[in-house]
Write a protein that binds this ligand. Structure first.
Ligand code: NA7
Length: 541
């Protein structure tokens, strides 16, 4: 049964994924009138929707989990190094049942309007189910990679077969067995889906525009004794990650890849390749900043691709070109490259012969080549970070919309708050470490910081908190200054909005390190939320 949304709230939380669920739990403990509205008909956010074959997290399961309640840590046992989507969803359901959160969530309801009422210092909220409510505070827990994008290809929406986006996979699944299947997109989602789809499909055509660097995940079942040992010292283990630049336990190399001798370099690369996972990114200090250093890792990966893929022409096409290693998200693969040795798989190079339209059940290329398909899978990514916010009509002081305020790219104070939109908080969004960190570390940190701030306001009689424009300008500059010397700007990826036509090309994430970022946020709180204008309730006349 649909839970009725209360008409008046202290805090509205938008989204029932990892962020929103923790915000609900914490605000309940703090005694606030809090409620979650979720567009989907069940829990999990992106982990509810990304149920395509092969969907898996690229952060290790023992790190990709909550730490705030040690009994949950002790009761839950992960089974694989990298958790697959069904296991993550089971984990979320376990936590929700354990904390009895369902009664605080209205599902199947999309927040459509958030309009700030400066006179009453509250948000006026509307939903697509006709709800009207007010909330003094709003926490946007609506995700970072939660607005799927179909490519701008003429006719794609009218594809005559079954069309499915990896980021919004049909709940009932997609019949792939013996079908002619096409996958457009070879980022993390495409690389995960392709081997699984190939095993079921009659024939699979992989439409590749950009080859991505992929490193073996080396996924495996977890040794129960390793899990038990980690649980015994979990809080200590997690505390280290909270202060680590990436929110992980990754060793960060201090040497330059340009200074070490070639044999040592090769040995390091092989060690990482055999171990699997993304830690190779931090093997040398200059992979993020020096193209010549990054190229050494890039060349190593290309040599491996040429070793694995039997057909030399296909291997060459799978070798990334034109951008530095590490400047786009490093993809973790399981059987991706070997899949191109199968007889029922072909790689279609749509960089040299682009897709021009979808006609009936065919993908048509510029050359006129037609690929007739029964199923077309778009693994074409998301309108990252700002997409989920812009999908709602958010209007701040004076009726200004968020897209107007962010016309040149997101401007935030700490990534949490934005000038002109009082009492609105964004979890792990643009301007924070977000998706360049272990998201669960960042989510817990943000939710704790935001909910503490909300509670501070209630305790101090504050009804309105707005980021100051000077504080926001300084922070936005800091985000830019830290990103500027890195290679990320050369990656033309969703990190810089490059996958959405017309989106401002700015690097949207804070690269100054998770640990340092936490210190900055803590200092702002310790200084009574310096950087915010705080207004107390007016005395009744
Ligand atoms: P990504 O990483 O944004 O990848 C999308 C892919 O789709 C990428 O290979 C694109 O090629 C491709 N694409 C998009 N439009 C087209 C057209 N028109 N023709 C051909 N190919 C196209 O999305 P993912 O879902 O894989 O991963 C997103 C994040 O989610 C991931 O990094 C993890 O953090 C989880 P392009 O590179 O633009 O040439």
């Amino acid at each position: 049964m649909r839970v009725t949304t209360p008409a008046e709230l202290d805090v509205l939380v938008v989204g029932a994924g990892f962020s929103g669920l923790y915000a609900l739990h914490r605000l309940r403990i703090l005694g606030r009138r809090v409620h979650v509205i979720e567009a989907d008909d069940d829990l999990g956010g992106v982990w509810y929707r990304n149920r395509y074959p092969g969907a898996r997290c690229d952060i290790e399961s023992v790190d990709y989990c909550y730490s705030f309640d040690d009994s949950i840590v002790q009761e839950w046992t992960w089974t694989e190094r990298y958790p697959a989507q069904p296991e993550i969803l089971r984990y979320i359901e376990f936590v929700v049942d354990r904390l009895d959160l369902r009664s605080g969530i209205t599902f199947d309801t999309r927040v459509t309007e958030l309009h700030w009422d400066d006179g009453d210092a509250l948000w006026r909220v509307a939903t697509d189910r006709g709800d009207r409510l007010t909330a003094r505070h709003v926490i946007m827990a609506s995700g970072q990679l939660s607005t799927p994008r179909l490519p701008d290809i003429e006719g794609i929406a009218d594809f005559a077969g079954v069309l499915a986006h990896t980021g919004d996979w049909p709940r009932e699944g997609v019949e792939l067995s013996s079908k002619r299947v096409g996958v457009i997109g070879t980022g993390s989602s495409g690389v995960q889906a392709v081997p699984q789809v190939a095993r079921q499909a009659g024939h699979l055509s992989v439409f590749q525009r950009t080859a991505h660097y992929a490193i073996p995940a080396r996924n495996h079942d977890l040794d129960p004794s390793y899990v038990a040992e980690l649980k015994a010292r979990f809080q200590e283990y997690r505390e280290i990650a909270r202060h680590h630049p990436g929110g992980t336990h990754r060793h960060i190399g201090t040497e330059s890849a340009l200074d070490v001798d070639p044999a040592a370099l090769e040995e390091t690369f092989h060690r990482h390749w055999e171990h699997g996972g993304p830690d190779i990114l931090a093997a040398y200090r200059d992979f993020r900043t020096d193209e010549r250093a990054a190229e050494k890792a890039g060349e190593f990966v290309k040599e491996r691709i040429r070793e694995i893929v039997a057909d030399p022409e296909t291997a060459e096409r799978l070798c990334p070109k034109g951008y530095p290693f590490g400047s786009k998200r490093l993809v973790l693969e399981i059987d991706y490259y070997t899949t191109f040795n199968r007889d029922n798989v072909s790689l279609v190079d749509v960089a040299t012969d682009p897709i021009v339209r979808v006609d009936g059940n065919a993908v048509v290329l510029e050359s006129g080549a037609r690929h007739e398909l029964d199923v077309l899978i778009a693994a074409t990514g998301f309108d990252a970070l700002t997409g989920p916010l812009f999908a709602i009509d958010i209007r701040g002081v004076g009726g200004r919309t968020l897209p107007e305020a962010w016309a040149d790219g997101p401007r935030t104070f700490l990534g949490i708050s934005t000038h002109g939109f009082p009492n609105l908080y964004i979890v792990a969004g643009a301007g924070s470490p977000s998706v360049l960190s272990n998201m669960l570390i960042s989510i817990e940190q943000h939710v704790e910081w935001i909910t503490d701030f909300v509670q501070y306001q209630y305790k101090s009689g504050i009804v309105r908190a707005e980021a100051r424009s000077e504080a926001q300008d300084r922070w936005t500059q800091e985000v830019y200054d830290v990103a500027e010397p890195t290679l990320f700007m050369k990656g033309s990826s969703w990190y810089v909005g490059a996958n959405v036509p017309g989106k401002p090309r700015v690097f949207m994430l804070y690269l100054g390190g998770v640990g340092h970022y936490r210190d900055v946020c803590d200092q702002v709180a310790a200084d009574d939320y310096a950087g915010f204008t705080l207004d107390r309730a007016k005395d009744p006349a």
